[in-house]
Write a new protein. Sequence first.
Length: 292
Amino acid sequence: MQEFFERPDPVPGRGEVLIRVTVAGVNPLDHAVRSGLVPGLDGGRPFPRVLGMEAAGIVLALGEDVDGLEVGDAVFGFALTGGGTYAETTVLSAPNTARVPAGLSATVAATLPVAGTTAVDVLDQLGLPAGATVLVNGVGGGVGLAVARLATGRELRVIGTGSTAKREHAEAIGVRFIDYTAEDVVAAARELVPDGFDGIVDLVGGASLRTVVPLARDPRDVVAVGDMSVHDLGGRFVERRLDRENLERSARLALDGLAPVITAVYPLSDALAALAVVENGHTSGKVVIKVA
């Protein structure tokens, strides 16, 4: 059951900061946590639990052993200990939290812990040179568009798959789009890149992942974000770096115009609708909740 409720401000523990949430990011992982599919991410906190893994806000208090952050700082980061971010206040893990640099909005900063750093991680893992060709399987979502935008910034040729509703935002950032609802993905991809892709980023998993792996020149150049079975196909699972350094790097890229694409902003009172639109997969780009 999902509902709004009142709670006292969380108390930051060792290595945590209490923040007043300004903007929270919405991710598919949120409804996975709600469904009990990833119980290790609840921090062992009692019910009722608050959803949300990423946020930007203002530091209100510090727990013990927090370095590099001060009360009053504008920050963004991960709520990795179960505090949740669909709330007026929450706790973030200090080692996984960074200051928001001057010139970067809280709305953009709130998209960076998940979409921004994932995009950096998968493309670093592939290590493709300028001019290489990459397939982003599932390009239309928040992470997919972030990967595509960063890839074009690295001068990669980007082909992306998605449904018809995702075309406009993908093509706007330079993606050659393949609509899987209107054409055969494998045939269209082979026509565009007959010799095989230099790299593939998979954001769909399942049967779709198995379909696109043979399109790579080498299956080791396939990196999956959500499906561990990629190892059975010869590919690799994304190696995530959630530390402050990677957050700061994502922020610098965002300032350079390579931020995730934000397509919807909901008030906290409509948080359930924001989660629903991400869960049903019909939205493109990144969805955020404006709290303060």
